[in-house]
Ligand binder design. Structure first.
Ligand code: ADP
Ligand code: MG
Length: 703
């Protein structure tokens, strides 16, 4: 059922409204009234005939109408009874403020479950329990059903917080920095309404232009990904999120490289990236970015123009802009001439434009307009440090006039340093819709995020790709390993699994004796590689279990002897050996997949060797991949130039690398039982020169 009765109710009842000062029930009632709710507010109180001068009814059943929304603030032991009464009275939606459920005890969890059952049975919607309430600032609604001590400022940012305590801070901060809210929802235990429901609702809400989330966990990550992508791509509404709380994945010891690299928070980041959600590390950053997104158009490109009356901050801004991935705009000669006419010779008219400390309001006016009119400038960052001789209000007005005169649809961010948000000049800026940042780095970071969002929307979404594969063969291999009680596929089976899914692998044979090895090598041609194949040895070269570049039957015999020695020392009994063609000249890459317990399978790409081991230079994306996702993964690693052809080195077959990623994606989609897998290395050769996997590891989940 829709969230309309919850967020756009026609009538509200407060159940547990209290006459006592300082109680939650009374605070909520007071907020409802002071914020000017557009419909009737009823109160339910067992003994009093009125609360806060409003008439009260003794029970829910006595209410004169079936209200859309009931706010429940009774003690936890009474909640079940009240919710049932609301259902019987035809109430459509609930906000349960009361705490003491799933978050405190098993019996609390059971009680919460019973409440949820009533809600579901009667087709109601519920926020909470254990939350601080909900707010809708739409002038047609004006609902503040929270016990926050700050009455919010209306605007276009919808905010959902999983933490109630943070909610109060969010409301206070939003007001202090003049970030206007459309809706605010404190999610609490999310028994019924989740952040996903809200995303769906806000996607279509005309009052909401930007969505801000504070999350500790995803309800249903796949669902989140789908809706978020719809919101960001189709509706063009940015989603900014702080996600705290690390996944348990990190704690579990993983055996593959992919598995160990996927630990910690990579899964959440990969999920966010796949659906264009902008992740913020801190709540402070969330607000910085939020103010930019809420007030400014997105930049058409990443070239920023910086205007300043002080050198130091101009340099700081330049450094930060470049650091966050923006470019400094090259100014056109016309622009420079226009500025030069009004500026003294000591000023610099190259970007960053330093008007020096004597800068006047008229100079700000001319230069801001000139910079914004320059076709090579996508965004303006205007810095002002207040010298005693300059009137800051005049400068503020001049900047606003310059921006208006330019009449460009380009973002403008101010960095008027050394003023607090309540300062008159800053308020003037805010009224003109220009966000101010106390330091240039926050402004630059905000612009960079806005550019990234625009770039994400401009990028093709890509499409899923399905290959013709031998699924039956793959199933037989996996079933076979399971039947033998194996956790890891043996080396030969892992190679066959890849072949079944069309991934090129090096010629390889599983052997038990030197004669078998020599026979295969003779047929293949030298040199060859001989390596251990044992479930007990996961990292073969760590124990000296890989012998490369064997050039004769004699060398094979010697290598066999050595490996046999190693096995005896290790006490390994289940070993066989793999003989392979020796691949020369390939760039080692690692391609893998791992099942994350929250977001499902993650795919990984990186360059092999030190790149992955020391630098952890890898890219993750969530299953299912589109072709565009696979492309992005390849380009995302810092070592990408080595594949694209760095300094005359031959470019590698990146189309094939992309295809291998997509084929693995299809494999793990078809067989969720694959817990982790690595192609390490996959040798990337130039086009047509035989790129192949030479080592593959596949671990099956025990479930
Ligand atoms: P492990 O990862 O278990 O140590 P690998 O089979 O990946 O064992 O071998 C270790 C290294 O030996 C590889 O990273 C690669 O550099 C090299 N190597 C292994 N097999 C081949 C091969 N067939 N051709 C060329 N080099 C190989
Ligand atoms: Mg390996």
């Amino acid at each position: 059922m829709s969230l309309d009765p919850l967020l756009r109710p026609k009538s509200v009842a407060v159940i547990g409204a209290s006459r006592r000062e300082g109680t939650l029930g009374r605070e909520i009632l007071r907020n409802l009234v002071s914020f000017g709710f557009e419909g009737p507010v009823y109160t339910v109180h067992p003994k009093s005939s009125h609360v806060l001068s409003m008439p009260a009814w003794p029970t829910v059943a006595d209410l004169p109408e079936a209200v859309d929304l009931a706010i429940v603030v009774v003690p936890s032991a009474k909640v079940l009874e009240v919710v049932q009464a609301c259902a019987d009275r035809g109430v459509k939606a609930l906000v349960v403020i009361t705490a003491g459920f799933k978050e405190v005890s098993e019996s609390g969890r059971a009680l919460e479950q019973q409440i949820l059952e009533i809600v579901r049975k009667h087709d109601m919607r519920m926020v909470g329990p254990n939350c601080m309430g909900i707010i809708n600032c739409d002038p047609k609604v004006r609902l503040d059903a929270s016990f926050g001590s700050t009455l919010p400022l209306g605007g276009n940012a919808a905010f959902a917080s999983q933490s109630g305590a943070l909610g109060e801070i969010v409301l206070a901060t939003a007001k202090a920095v003049r970030l206007g809210l459309s809706h605010f929802v404190s999610l609490g235990n999310r028994a019924d309404v989740s952040s996903n429901d809200l995303l769906e609702f806000w996607a279509d809400d005309p009052e909401t232009g930007v969505i801000m989330l504070y999350l500790e966990s995803f309800g249903n990550p796949r669902h989140f990904g789908r809706i978020a992508r719809e919101v960001t791509r189709q509706r063009g509404k940015p989603i900014l999120a702080v996600k705290s709380g690390r996944t348990r994945q990190g704690a579990r010891a993983a055996s593959s490289h992919t598995g160990s690299l996927a630990g910690g928070d990579r899964a959440a980041s990969a999920l966010f990236k796949s659906c264009g959600v902008i992740r913020c590390d801190t709540v402070a950053e969330l607000f910085d970015l939020g103010r930019g997104f809420c007030t400014q158009p997105l930049p058409g490109g990443k070239r920023v123009g910086i205007l300043t009356n002080a050198g130091g901050p101009g340099i700081m801004a330049t450094d930060a802009a470049v650091h966050f991935g923006l470019d400094m705009a090259d100014l056109q000669p016309d622009t420079q001439v226009t500025m030069r006419k009004v500026l003294p010779v000591e000023a610099s008219v190259a970007n960053p434009v330093d008007m020096i400390a004597s800068a006047t309001a008229p100079q700000y006016r001319v230069c801001s307009e000139a910079l914004l009119r320059d076709p090579g400038v996508d965004a303006l960052l205007a810095i002002f440090v207040s010298p005693i001789v300059t009137d800051k209000l005049q400068v503020t007005r001049a900047l606003i006039e310059g921006v208006q005169a330019a009449g460009q649809n380009k973002p403008v961010l101010a960095c008027f340093m050394g003023f607090d948000a309540q300062d008159e000049g800053i308020t003037l800026l805010a009224d003109a819709g220009i966000p101010n940042y106390p330091f240039p780095d926050a402004a630059a970071r905000t612009l960079a995020a806005m550019h990234r969002f625009q770039a994400y929307r401009d990028e093709p979404e890509g499409k899923p790709v399905r290959f013709k594969v031998d699924k039956a063969k793959a199933k037989a291999l996996i079933d076979g390993a399971k039947a033998q009680g194996r956790e890891w596929l043996d080396g030969a089976a892992a190679m066959e699994l890849l072949q079944a899914y069309g991934v090129p692998t090096v010629e390889s044979r599983r052997v038990h004796t030197p004669d078998e090895a020599i026979a295969f090598a003779d047929a293949l041609g030298y040199p060859v590689v001989l390596k251990l194949d044992s479930e007990q040895v996961v990292h073969k070269s760590d124990v000296g279990g890989v012998k490369v570049d064997l050039r004769s039957p004699g060398e094979i015999k010697g290598a066999f002897w050595d490996l046999q020695q190693r096995l005896n020392e290790l006490g390994v009994t289940d070993a066989a050996f793999l003989v392979q063609r020796m691949v020369a000249g390939g760039q080692e890459t690692i391609i893998g997949a791992v099942a994350d317990e929250t977001v499902g399978h993650l795919l990984m790409f990186g360059l092999g060797g030190v790149f992955v081991e020391l630098m952890k230079d890898v890219a993750f994306a969530v299953h299912p991949l589109t072709d565009a996702d696979a492309d992005r993964m390849l380009r995302e690693v810092r070592g990408w130039p080595l594949l694209a052809g760095h300094r005359g080195s031959a470019p590698r077959d990146v189309a094939l690398l992309r295809e291998v990623l997509l084929r693995l994606d299809q494999l793990v989609g078809d067989f969720p039982v694959i817990a982790e897998m690595d192609l390490n290395p996959f040798m990337a050769a130039p086009v047509g020169q035989g790129s192949v996997a030479v080592d593959a590891r596949v671990r099956l989940s025990s479930r």
